[in-house]
Ligand binder design. Sequence first.
Ligand SMILES: Cc1cc2nc3c(=O)[nH]c(=O)nc-3n(C[C@H](O)[C@H](O)[C@H](O)COP(=O)(O)OP(=O)(O)OC[C@H]3O[C@@H](n4cnc5c(N)ncnc54)[C@H](O)[C@@H]3O)c2cc1C
Length: 686
Amino acid sequence: MPNLIIDPRDQRFVLYEMLNVEELCKLPLYADFSRDLFDMTLNEAEKFAAGFVFPCLVEGDREGCRLENGNVHVPKCYHRCAQIYRGGGWTTMNVPAEDGGQGFPRVVAVAAKEWFSHNSAFVSYFTLTEGAANLIETYGTEAQKKKYLPKMHEAVWGGTMALTEPGAGTDVGSLKTKAIRRPDGTFRLQGTKSFITAADSDLMENIIHPVLARIEGDPPGTSGISIFLVPKFPVNEDGTLGKRNDYTIAKIEEKMGIHGSATCLVNLGDNGECYAELLGEERQGMKIMFQMMNSARIGIGIQALSGASIAYLHALQYAKERLQGSSLAEMKNPAAPRVPIIQHPDIRRMLIWMKSHTEGFRALIYFTAFCADRTLAAVDEAEREKYNGFLEVLTPICKAYCSDMAFRVTETAIQVYGGYGYCSEYPVEQFLRDEKIASIYEGANGIQALDLIGRKLGLKKGMYFMNLLGEMGQTIGKYQSALPDLAPDVQAAVNTLAEVAMLFAASGKAGNFLLPLTNAYPFLMLMGQVSMAWLLLWQAGVANEKLAAPDGGGADKAFYEGKVASARYFIKHVLPEVDAAAKAIKSGDVSMMKIPDEAFARREARPVPFVLAQYAAGVSAVRIPVARQEPFGPVVSDIVGQQDLVEALEVRMEPGEIIQAEADIFRRLEEVHRPPIGDARLFGDG
Ligand SMILES: Cc1cc2nc3c(=O)[nH]c(=O)nc-3n(C[C@H](O)[C@H](O)[C@H](O)COP(=O)(O)OP(=O)(O)OC[C@H]3O[C@@H](n4cnc5c(N)ncnc54)[C@H](O)[C@@H]3O)c2cc1C
């Protein structure tokens, strides 16, 4: 049976028939490559994915990670898979040849990664390593590169990105981890980092954490943040590993999905000896980390695409096999044979919806990666600027539009399966659980939308955005006469996108920031839909040419018909949503900002008590401030001392003790404090 991970035919279509990536091989940077090599690589990726990565998906989910004696153990099946991943050279595809890598074009590396990313829990150990190594490559000293990179490129040593803290998620500038300067030029870190993916694992001999922290005395906010390398085992002069650094893994988060990915709470410097080296210059931490975050955002797009693809193909297969009901023609005949559910109109609607979205994501993400290649290999500044502009503007769309819509693809797959899809006996419920995180990490999608409207649209005085609209216009012009019933719809949507962007600019100029701010997310989704329609039209144009050839598309006739059908469905059934979104934005309504907080719900409907995850992790006490006047807002450790909190109760915990459930806290509190603390708010003080 063919794999149900990716349709390789569609991959090849995007690479060769739409983007003509083999043209890259004519550029000096990629002169050593050929289409044969690309194909060979993708065939190997498919074999590895089908034979090892996919079989680990369910097993990894069921087994999860465990923390034992301060060390994280990943699911057993990951070890063999990791061995093959390293052996296959998948870790060095993007590493330049002069640094011992293979220097593949990004678009081909993305296509290979698409094969593995349906198991994002497994690949996270490697993609984070790659990102951290790239940071060291760009900003490290020669000594740091020599010390860390060879082992990181082999993925024998891992890497992470450690930004988040319990009180500093989106608001990274509030971080509290401090860096204390040592006379020898190194630093010692103290603080807590939360939600750190792959912060520890028995897959790696050493782990190098790029960590954001503030050097003592540096200014508050993002401008005072520096970035440090914190090795699990500091490396001696002779390359041997020293004793374990002073940080501990306090716990692994219990999550709804990606159970094989260890998401860790990390306490740095409990004994004041957490060794750290500065990476790059002081107070440049955010700028440096942004390099990793930008490529990680494309990585999230690949995760989203891969999750959508596997969900769609599973749903399609199921719809062809599951017999239920009779055909439309025999609706009234109880004796009519049962038919596969793919024959029912509503199932076909869901399948074509999933197909057109999945293929659109693939086109969008490959095109964006292709722009990264064209930027790197550009022959002149104008070309570099053009492709870099597309890359900048499309990155938040790849991350946020694709992750939110891919989640809906996984949800629709469950709907196609019916009740069986809701049960863990079938894999689609896991696809949904694993996919959800993509819209949260690497900057929640609402933040991506703010980045798009607040920064990306205005880059180079709006030139990057306008260039993209111009590129869309060229494609539309090219296929205007061949696809006369589709091209004008796409042009109208592009015009609407431009109109809304102009409305935002005018509102900003007039000092009405609320309109763009409250509509940033609808705008991002609108732009995502227009971008998808543009790329799907492009695909339909290519497919249409093949169908019009003397052989009518030959053996691929059905495939090309499917491409035109995807574009048609998206443009006729999804793209009209752009008009509704534009109408809502143009109404100027910002009422959500005007109503008082209390108007969201009646005051007496008290929120349930809330426990910040941190309490469970080796903190010495859990304080329970009792809120008097205000409903509960975001829980941050700074909250104690606020006027409305008049009382703080404490539950004593043994050092390192873990309280698993909120109920346990209340039981203990009731033993000490009566009457019961009905509407207490809980948080950790670690
Ligand atoms: C499984 C998992 C793995 C992770 N891996 C890592 C990792 O490896 N490294 C790492 O550093 N972090 C990691 N994170 C953290 C992740 O990046 C954060 O969860 C995310 O950035 C959001 O921060 P938060 O959870 O504190 O939410 P908050 O910042 O509290 O945000 C809550 C909501 O409020 C919105 N919001 C917040 N501020 C604003 C604002 N100013 N304007 C508009 N909306 C706002 C957000 O969009 C979000 O919807 C991981 C998280 C998870 C769950």
